[in-house]
Design a binder for this molecule. Structure first.
Ligand SMILES: [Zn+2]
Length: 115
C-alpha cells in the first residue's frame, strides 16, 4: 500500500496510508478543500487546506476524495456573527422565568429552532 507523507506540526513528517486521510474537496470554492488525519505519533487531528495540486497528489496516492463539506458542520466559533435580533432584558427575564420551571430544559429544547 502507498505510504503518504504528511507533516504534523508537532512531530514533523509522518507516514500515513490512504485510508487514514480524509480528503474533502469543495467544488464551489477550492480554498474550502482540505485534508485531515490523526497523527500516528501524537494522535492529534491535523487539518490542512488542500490546493488543487495537493488534491491531485492525494488522489493519485489512493486517497478517496469526498465531495463537499463534512456532514457534521464545524462547531460555531465565538467570532462568528449571527443574523437576528439582539437579546433584550425581556428575553433575559423570560429565560430566567423559564429556568424556574422543573421542565425548563424540555421547554427550552422545544423552543429552539432547527438549523
Ligand atoms: Zn504528531
Amino acid at each position: 500500500m502507498t505510504t503518504i507523507r504528511a507533516t504534523c506540526p508537532t512531530c514533523g513528517e509522518v507516514g500515513l496510508t490512504p485510508d487514514e486521510i480524509e480528503l474533502r474537496v469543495d467544488d464551489a470554492d477550492s480554498t474550502g478543500s482540505y485534508y485531515a488525519f490523526s497523527c500516528p505519533s501524537c494522535f492529534e487531528t491535523v487539518r490542512k487546506t488542500a490546493d488543487e495540486r495537493i488534491v491531485r497528489l492525494l488522489i493519485s496516492g489512493g486517497v478517496e476524495a469526498l465531495a463537499g463539506r463534512p456532514a457534521t458542520p464545524a462547531p460555531r466559533l465565538l467570532s462568528q456573527r449571527f443574523d437576528g435580533p439582539s437579546i433584550t432584558h425581556d428575553d433575559l427575564l423570560d429565560f430566567h422565568a423559564m429556568l424556574e420551571r422543573d421542565d425548563w430544559f424540555a421547554a427550552l429544547a422545544s423552543s429552539a429552532t432547527e438549523d
